[in-house]
Each structure stands twice: as C-alpha cells, then as structure tokens.
Design a protein around this ligand. Structure first.
Ligand SMILES: Cc1ncc(COP(=O)(O)O)c(C=O)c1O
Length: 500
C-alpha cells in the first residue's frame, strides 16, 4: 500500500469546501442543505452539505482532472486495475458501457446465459447478437459458471465473436477461476468482460477468490455498494491492457450517466476505497469470522443447512470459487420453501438478501456484527423447530430426493446467435397467453424473476417446455417478477403465431 492510499482526495476536497462556509449561488437548490424540509433535515443535513456541483476545486466526473481523477487513480491501484472509472448508476451502467464499447450493430458476443438484465439491455442498445453459453449446474441446482472447454468450443464455432461477457461470481457467490479463461480469450485476440457486481471485495483478503482484474480480465464492473461500504448506486469500472477502447468507454459513460453526478455518492466510493486499502484485510477478516460463526450456528440445527464448499452434498467442479460471505440456507427435508423462510426471518426482524423457491440467501460484509448473527441464529432455531415434518427419505445427508426448483432450466450448452435490437425494448406484445399454454410461443418481453434479476426469457426467445413448466412453478411459488408480473397476471406476453 502506498501512502497515497491514506488520502481520500475527493472526500477531503468536499469537506474543505464545506469548511469555508460558502455562499451558494449554484445548483442544487437546497443550497448545501439549508433549504431542506426541516422535517427531514435531521437525517439529511450532513450529507446535503457536501451535495455540491462542478464548481472550482471539485472537478468533473465526465472530464476528471483533479480530485476525481486522483480518487479514481487511487482506486485503480487499490483494486489492481490500470484505470478505474467511478459509476453512479451501479453496475447496471457499467455493463451497458462495457458492452456498448466493444459491440456494434450485428457484432457477436459470447454471453453467459445467467446474466443480469442489464447485459440483455446492453445487447439491445448495441443491436448485437448474443451466443448464450449455459453455465454448469452444481449441487441443489445452483449455477456454477462456465467451463473453459465450452468457451473454447464457442470460440471455434464463432471466431468472429468480439469476446466473452461473464457473470463472475454469481449472485449466490459461486464463480470460476478466470485466469485460464482470460488466457484462452487473449490467445484468440478477444476481450474478457466480467460483470463482477457481486465481487467488489474479491482479492482483498487471502480467503476470498482472486478478482477479475488479478485474473487478467480486460474490463470488470464491480458494485462497490453491494459487498463493500459505499452508498447504493455506486460502482466501479476497472480496465487494463490494450484491448478495451477506453476513450469510447468514457464517451459512453458520459452519455449514459447523469451530467450532474452526485458528489456524496462519488465521495462514498473514495472513502470506501480508502477504508479497504487501509483496513480491508482486518474488516473482511471480521466479516469472514462472522460468516464462520453463522455457519457454525446453522450447523447445529436439525433441518436447516447451508450450502458451502465444505458442506456441499456433491462437489462443485474443481475450478469453482466460493464467496464465504454468501450463505445460502435451505431445508434439507425439502418442505420449507425459500419464500416462506424469508418471510419468517423478516417477521423476526432479520432481512435476507433474497429467496428463491428452495433457498434463502444471506449476505455478510464489513458491517456485519456478532450480535446480528446471534439474533439471526435465534430466529433460525425457532423456525427450524417449527418446520413441517418432511419425508424421512428426504432427510438423508444428500438432501431431498427431489431436486429443488431451479431459476434456470436446462437449455442448450450453446445457443445460435440471437439478434437483439432496441425495437425489442419498446414492442407491444401481440397478445398475452396463459402460463399454462405459453409453450411454443415467442416471448415478447423479458421475463425476469427478481431478485436475482436474471431474465428467464428474453424477447424473441421461443418458450420451451422446461421454461413453460418453470414459469408455472415460479408463479405458484411466491416468486416476484420485474416488468410483466407473471405471478399476478398468470400470463406471458407473446408475439408471432400460435405454435402448431
Ligand atoms: C450479476 C449482476 N450484475 C449487475 C447488477 C446490477 O448492479 P447494480 O444494482 O449495482 O446496478 C446486479 C444487481 O443485482 C447483478 O446481480
């Protein structure tokens, strides 16, 4: 760590400006918080005092030359990048810019199928074609990343592809070793783009997987707000090497992000980077201890279990990586469904990250406290004792006899190129058909169980029987959807002719 990492240049500059007690004749209209509604000022006052704009000394995100440039350079050094761009639209905007900078109309991109919806949106904006690669499915139906052999096959089949977009790690914290994949792509002269939204902490502690940058990716987007300590909506885009068109990236970010980026958000990135550079190892060590304690507490329950490398009933492929700060719990007898378990935890004042039909995902981080772990453990003990009895055969160490409901059905290992277009975002469905009858139709809109925000269907995709069955089961299970609410409407928006 260099001494520069002790500084938070943007944050410090904002504090210095505040200390001058300046008279504001510029936007924002609240004038450093003085015009705030008094009813809310108690909570907002401090943060509003640094909610400023591009006045001298405060630099400009879209043309950084001073404090923001310095803050971004420190972040690049801390996170192992050659260049880092601060984002105020989350990894969402990072994915958009990353893909748009590499793909033009008609270009082919290899895309891991369990990608976030922002990846599909980027393909639509670019007018690009995706060749979807299906991740492997590990224990309990959890997706566990792409196999390097499948990527090699795709590169052979589609030598014109611009590169590969991976989601690594997944929302559930499962990823793969990216080094051989980066090497493979580079041998073919292609780029490796990584949606590392869930891995901003990677590489900052010896027990955590290596980051995409350390593994040789050309670009990686990290939601600093998800696993580190910056404010919601903040993220970073890291790049290295000669393959990314960096000027285009910056122009795209200027196009996609607000021309009035929030200084509190930007400063929170600066402060989070400083904190990680100075204390990352210790703070993440505490979070890892808290996760270990939680796993131990769950280990003493009779029905609820957690999925982790050491406890997985059948091993994940050897090249998989695991984030120990993600804890996925489930009922080993297979009766307790994820949504009900989540609701019961919420009633006890413990709020998980997400549920799926069979699991609840808990996320720990630098802010996790032992007292919270014990509170959660007590709630889980209560729930464990109240679970309806499951079948005896299901209670064996290898888990329930019936595989849990997955959020990603079986699909071809590699799709044909799928052409995306912006018109797909605005097209009106020709009709809505009932979930029970949707097989064989063409989806007219994205169908997105949320969270995790991975489209189960994209517009133009033919609805296969496994997908139709999964939709029906998800609609019955309490799953939430973004966009068209399949659970509430019991329909799917479709276009084209009825299947024969
Ligand atoms: C894999 C993945 N990528 C990107 C995003 C978008 O991140 P953000 O919320 O920072 O925009 C998410 C959000 O959950 C995600 O799960």
């Amino acid at each position: 760590m260099t001494d520069g990492q002790r500084r938070a240049p943007l944050y410090e500059q904002l504090v210095r400006h505040r200390e001058r007690a300046p008279a504001s004749f510029h936007v924002p209209g609240h004038k450093s918080g003085r015009g705030l509604d008094p009813a809310a000022s108690g909570l907002f006052r401090d943060i509003m005092s640094i909610d400023l704009t591009e006045i001298p000394g405060l630099d400009d995100l879209h043309q950084p030359e001073e404090a923001i440039l310095e803050a971004q350079r420190l972040a690049a050094r801390c996170f192992g990048a050659e260049e880092t761009m601060f984002l105020i639209g989350g990894s969402t905007v990072g994915n958009l810019a990353m893909i748009l900078s590499v793909c033009s109309r008609g270009d082919v991109l290899l895309v891991q199928r369990d990608a976030h919806k922002s990846v599909i949106h980027a393909l639509m904006l670019a007018g690009a074609k995706a060749v979807f690669l299906m991740p492997r499915i590990g224990p309990r139906g959890v997706a566990c990343g792409l196999a390097v052999e499948d990527i090699a096959e795709a590169l052979k089949t589609y030598p014109e592809a611009k590169g590969l977009l991976m989601t690594n790690p997944s929302y559930y914290g499962i990823g793969v070793d990216l080094k051989p994949i980066a090497d493979l792509l580079h041998q073919h002269g292609k780029v490796l783009l990584v949606d590392e939204a869930h891995g901003a902490h990677f590489g900052l502690h010896r027990e955590l997987p290596a980051s995409a940058m350390a593994s040789g990716a050309d670009a990686a987007v990290q939601s600093t707000h998800k696993m580190l300590t910056s404010m919601t909506m903040t993220a970073m885009l890291h790049v290295q090497g000669p393959r990314m068109p960096r000027s285009a990236l910056k122009r795209l970010l200027a196009m996609l992000q607000s021309s009035s980026p929030s200084y509190p958000l930007l400063a929170s990135l600066d402060v989070a980077r400083r904190q990680m550079a100075l204390q990352g190892e210790a703070l993440l060590g505490q979070a890892l201890s808290a996760a270990g304690l939680l796993r131990k507490r769950i280990g003493s329950l009779s029905r609820l279990r957690c999925l982790h490398a050491a406890e997985a009933e059948s091993p994940f492929p050897a090249d998989c990586t695991y984030d120990p700060l993600k804890i996925l719990i489930y009922d080993r007898a297979g009766t307790g469904d994820g949504y009900r378990l989540k609701a019961e935890l919420e009633q006890a004042g413990c709020f998980p990250e997400l549920a799926d039909p069979a699991h609840v995902l808990l996320v720990l981080g630098p802010g996790s406290r032992e007292a919270d772990i014990e509170r959660l453990a007590a709630a889980l003990r209560g729930i464990d004792g109240r679970l309806p009895s499951g079948s005896a055969s299901a209670c064996n160490p290898s888990g329930p006899a019936e595989a849990p409901l997955r959020l990603l059905p079986d699909m071809a290992a590699m799709s044909a190129p799928v052409a995306f277009d912006l018109s797909l975002a605005s097209q009106a469905p020709e009709r809505w058909v009932s979930v029970a009858e949707c097989e064989g139709y063409t989806a007219a809109q994205m169908i997105v169980p949320y969270p995790p925000g991975i489209p189960l269907l994209y517009p133009g995709e033919t609805i296969t029987r496994p997908v139709a069955e999964l939709l029906a089961r998800l609609a019955d299970s309490g799953c939430r959807f973004h966009g068209h609410d399949v659970a509430k409407e019991r329909t799917v928006p479709v276009s084209g002719r009825a299947p024969v």
